[in-house]
Ligand binder design. Structure first.
Ligand code: GUN
Ligand code: FE
Length: 444
C-alpha cells in the first residue's frame, strides 16, 4: 500500500498497456485502484490482494465500477504540436516546409496578438486534443507573451497536462511576425516565471527556439543559459526536417559540422530536449543525440503531408535514442495520436520497401511510442506511460462496442484482435471517459 493515500476509485475490467517496446500487456478481469490524488494504488486480478486493498481503505465492493467489455489504456502523449496552427489543420497541404511557413503558418500565428482570437482557437485545440485521448501535450504557442499565458491557462482549466512554449524567433521572419532579441529573452523569462509561479504540477513551461534559422546566436546563447539555470524545464525545437532547411542551416553555420551540432553548440541538447522530425540525420548526429540523451518526436503525418521525407524509425530505435510521437499540428493535419501511430507504421513499412533489412514497426511498438515512449521523452517515466501501481492515472476508457464505433467486432475476435482493430480503425467515438491524474475530464 502507498501510505497516506485514500482509495477513491476502483475499476474492474480489461487493462491494456505497454511494459517494454515489444510487450503490450492485455490484462483481463483485473482491478485497478486509484487514490484521491490520482495515483494508482494497485493493479491486480488476485482476489485476496484486491480484498486486502478494499478492506484497508474501507472501500465497499458495491462501489467498484465494472467496465464490462470496455478497456482502460493510458492517455496518449503528443510530444509536438503547434496550438495556434490548429486553426489551419486540414488546409495548406500543397507546399513544402519553408514556403508553407511563409504562406500559411506565419500569417495565422501572427493573429494571436489578438487575445479574443487566441482564446477561441486555443479552447478548440485543447478540447480537440483531449477528445482524441491526448492527456499530455507539448505545445508550441506563438511569440506573444499574453497569448502564450492564455494557452497555459486554458490547458490548466481544461485539466490537461501540458508543456507550453512561448515561441522564440528574432530573425528570418516576416515583419509582421518577429520579435527583437531582447523581447524574446525577457518574455521567455517572464513566461517561465509566471507558469512556474502558477504552481500547477500539470502545466509546465518549455523553452522553445522555433528552429535554428529563426534565432540569432545571441538568442540561442541566452536560451541555452536559461536551460542551464532552469534545470528541470524542458526544451523543444525542430531538427533536420527538410532538405532545403538543412542546406540553409549549413549556409548559416559553415563552421559547425551538422545541424544537430548547432543546437549542441548553444547548450540546447540535453536529457530535457525534444527535437521534432529529425528525419535526415547522419550517423554522427544520431550519436550526438544519444550521447546528450536528447529525444526525437517523430511526426510522420506532417512528414508525409509537407513531403519532408521518411524517418528511419528502426535506425533511431537501434541507436537507443528516446523516441515518441507528435501530431505536429498543422504540418500534420490530424490532432489524433492514433493517426500518428498508423502513419508511423506506414512510414516504417515504406522504409522496408527500399531497405529489405528494415524491420517494419509493429502496432504494439507504435502504441508503446504513443504512451511509454512519450513518458520518457517528457522525463515523466516514473509517473506516466502505463498503468502500473505508483504511476498517475492518466487513462482512457475505450468502448469498442460504442453505438457509433467506426469498426465492428465479430464473434471470433480475440481481445488482441479487438485492440488491433481499435488501433487501426478507432477514433474519438470509442472514448467513453478520460482521466488526467485521476480527475475525469469533461469534454466541451
Ligand atoms: N520548422 C520551423 N517552424 C516549423 C513549424 O511551425 N512546423 C514545422 N513542421 N516545422 C517547422
Ligand atoms: Fe512543428
Amino acid at each position: 500500500m502507498i501510505s497516506g493515500e485514500k482509495l477513491t476509485k476502483v475499476f474492474k475490467g480489461t487493462i491494456i498497456h505497454s511494459i517494454h517496446i515489444h510487450q503490450v500487456e492485455l490484462l483481463q478481469n483485473h482491478y485497478i485502484g486509484v487514490s484521491d490524488s490520482g495515483v494508482i494504488l494497485f493493479l491486480s486480478d488476485d482476489d485476496k490482494t484486491v480484498q486486502e486493498h478494499l478492506d484497508s481503505h474501507q472501500f465497499q465492493r458495491s462501489d467498484i465500477v465494472d467496465l464490462g467489455r470496455k478497456f482502460i489504456i493510458p492517455g496518449y502523449i503528443d510530444t509536438h504540436a503547434h496550438a495556434p496552427q490548429y486553426h489551419n489543420a486540414g488546409t495548406g497541404t500543397d507546399l513544402p516546409l519553408l514556403k508553407w511557413l511563409e504562406k500559411y503558418t506565419f500569417p495565422v500565428e501572427s493573429k494571436f496578438r489578438d487575445l479574443e482570437f487566441a482564446e477561441h482557437v486555443y479552447s478548440k485545440v485543447v478540447d480537440r486534443m483531449l477528445r482524441n485521448g491526448t492527456t499530455t501535450c507539448c505545445y508550441y504557442a506563438t511569440i506573444h507573451l499574453d497569448a502564450s499565458k492564455l494557452l497555459a491557462d486554458i490547458v490548466s482549466r481544461r485539466g490537461q497536462r501540458g508543456f507550453i512554449g512561448k515561441v522564440c524567433m528574432d530573425r528570418h521572419s516576416p515583419d509582421h511576425y518577429i520579435e527583437t532579441t531582447d523581447e524574446s529573452i525577457s518574455n521567455t523569462k517572464e513566461f517561465i516565471r509566471v507558469i512556474l509561479e502558477a504552481n500547477n504540477p500539470l502545466v509546465q513551461p518549455i523553452i522553445t527556439p522555433r528552429f535554428a534559422p529563426s534565432c540569432t546566436n545571441t538568442l540561442m546563447t541566452a536560451l541555452g543559459d536559461l536551460a542551464k539555470q532552469h534545470n528541470k524545464v524542458l526544451i523543444q525545437s525542430h531538427l533536420s526536417e527538410n532538405l532545403d532547411e538543412i542546406q540553409w542551416v549549413k549556409s548559416l553555420y559553415p563552421d559547425i559540422p551538422t545541424y544537430t551540432h548547432v543546437y549542441h553548440h548553444f547548450g540546447l541538447l540535453n536529457e530535457r530536449t525534444i527535437m521534432a522530425h529529425a528525419i535526415h540525420l547522419s550517423e554522427d548526429e544520431l550519436k550526438l543525440l544519444k550521447q546528450t540523451q536528447s529525444s526525437i518526436s517523430h511526426c510522420p503525418v506532417s512528414n508525409f503531408t509537407l513531403t519532408s521525407g521518411n524517418m528511419d524509425i528502426r535506425k533511431v530505435i537501434q541507436h537507443d535514442i528516446k523516441l515518441a510521437l507528435g501530431t505536429d499540428i498543422s504540418g500534420g493535419f490530424s490532432p489524433s495520436i492514433l493517426q500518428v501511430m498508423r502513419d508511423s507504421i506506414k512510414c516504417s513499412n515504406s522504409c522496408s520497401f527500399v531497405d529489405s533489412a528494415h524491420k517494419a514497426l509493429s502496432y504494439e511498438e507504435a502504441f508503446y511510442l504513443a504512451t511509454v515512449g512519450g513518458s520518457k521523452v517528457v522525463n515523466m517515466e516514473h509517473k506516466l506511460g502505463n498503468l502500473l501501481p505508483g504511476k498517475e492515472f492518466d487513462a482512457q476508457i475505450i468502448d469498442p462496442f460504442a453505438p457509433n464505433s467506426p469498426f465492428d467486432v465479430f464473434a471470433g475476435d480475440s481481445l488482441k484482435d479487438i485492440f488491433q482493430k481499435y488501433i487501426f480503425l478507432g477514433d474519438d467515438r470509442n472514448i467513453s471517459q478520460l482521466y488526467v491524474k485521476g480527475t475525469k475530464i469533461n469534454f466541451n
